[in-house]
Each structure stands twice: as structure tokens, then as C-alpha cells.
Design a binder for this molecule. Structure first.
Ligand SMILES: [Zn+2]
Length: 225
């Protein structure tokens, strides 16, 4: 097992490189801009083949193009079914649905559909670790303004993410209140007051916290996890 966070101080984005060292295969989740050379060096250092470049979400104004990394490694770009592609992206993406299993070496990443921050958001579950993009990062990812759907986020949190074990380690795309990892149990306790209210109350609360957001689309209740 190999796990290497990729922190980009200039953008505050955090990516993650995961690998099976025995089979020498790897995936990278949300590679930050301008870190392609570092990622290629890490792959070379361990003689790893990059199988997939996984994006939790892509914003309309997203400039984190992964084309160079995919071109250098022949890795497949993976995004959600409803996700846009990064600006300038020249690669065809594989669009994956909830429940898809992505394999690298003897390791498996399970895809969770977790819309809310954007309509096409995905989370990736690997072992005891959840890579959830900005699902818990309400307010600090400005790029999400106007793309967020508070009702869908309520469903994602209550019916999907908070059904995972309390000990699950959550790794976000931006630090959460300055931290780079939290347990799902900690986040559940933090979110409890907001999630104990009704779905409509949560939507109103989010709209008040994000006054620049547009009127939410009221999504149909999500299917079971
Ligand atoms: Zn975001």
C-alpha cells in the first residue's frame, strides 16, 4: 500500500496518489495544477504505472487540466456521469456511475455518486479512506458558487456519506478548517445540528450561508446508498 497526499499551497488543493507497490499500479485523485512533474517523478521513483486519473468533480471554470498527465502515462481520465471536462482538456473521459469498481493492482476503489457541491460530484472509497472532493467543504471552494444544489447535498450527506463507518478517514480536496483529514464520526458530530433540521431547513440554511449561490434545483430523493 502506498498513499501520498499532493498538497498545492498556491491553490490550497490536495490530491492523492495511491498505489499497489507489489503490482506497481497506481491511481491519482484530483491532481493539483502544476504538479504533473512531481507526480511523474513519484511514479518513476517506485516504477509505478498510472492506471487512472480520478476527478471528484470539475467546475465550469476549472483549469486543472489533466491532459498532460494522461498523455505522459496513458492513464484514463475518470469523471462523473454529469461532470464537465476541465477547460482545454483534450482527452476523452470515462464516465462512471455509482457503484463502479475501479481496479489498480490488487486494490479496488469504489465509486460513490455524491452530488451537491456540483451535479456530477463523485467520491472514491478505498479501504478505510474516503476521497470526497468538496462535499464537506461548504464555503471555502468559491468555484462552486452557482453550481451547488443544497437539496442534493442534504441527500448525499444523510443517505450516502454518513451511512459509512464512523472510523472512515475523510480526505478532502481542500483543508477542512485547516485540517487535511478527519474521521467521518467527527464530521457527523459537526454536521448534526444542521442535518437534524428538515431538508428544506438545510436548503435555507445553506442559501443563507452562501448568499451568492443561485436558486437551488430541488433534486428528487436519491436512491439508497
Ligand atoms: Zn469544488
Amino acid at each position: 500500500m502506498y498513499f501520498h497526499p499532493l498538497h498545492s499551497p498556491d491553490s490550497s488543493l490536495i490530491g492523492y496518489l495511491l498505489a499497489d507497490l507489489d503490482e506497481q499500479e497506481a491511481v491519482v485523485i484530483d491532481p493539483p495544477p502544476r504538479q504533473t512533474e512531481l507526480i511523474l517523478a513519484l511514479l518513476t521513483e517506485r516504477s509505478l504505472r498510472l492506471c487512472h486519473v480520478l476527478r471528484t468533480h470539475v467546475h465550469r471554470v476549472d483549469a486543472a487540466d489533466c491532459s498532460a498527465l494522461c498523455d505522459c502515462t496513458s492513464a484514463q481520465l475518470v469523471v462523473g456521469e454529469a461532470a464537465a471536462l476541465p477547460q482545454g482538456c483534450s482527452r476523452e473521459a470515462v464516465r462512471v456511475a455509482h457503484g463502479t469498481r475501479l481496479v489498480f493492482g490488487n486494490e479496488v476503489v469504489r465509486v460513490l455518486s455524491t452530488p451537491g457541491h456540483t451535479p456530477g460530484c463523485l467520491s472514491y472509497l478505498w479501504r478505510d479512506r474516503l476521497f470526497c472532493g468538496d462535499a464537506f467543504d461548504v464555503g471555502s471552494c468559491c468555484a462552486g458558487d452557482g453550481e451547488a444544489d443544497p437539496g442534493a447535498l442534504f441527500d448525499t450527506l444523510t443517505r450516502r456519506l454518513f451511512t459509512l463507518p464512523e472510523q472512515t478517514l475523510v480526505f478532502p480536496a481542500h483543508p477542512i478548517k485547516g485540517r487535511h483529514v478527519a474521521t467521518l464520526g467527527e464530521l457527523r458530530a459537526r454536521y448534526a445540528p444542521r442535518l437534524q433540521q428538515s431538508r428544506d431547513g438545510f436548503i435555507t440554511d445553506m442559501m443563507q450561508r452562501r448568499p451568492r449561490a443561485t436558486t437551488p434545483r430541488i433534486a428528487a430523493p436519491a436512491a439508497g446508498s
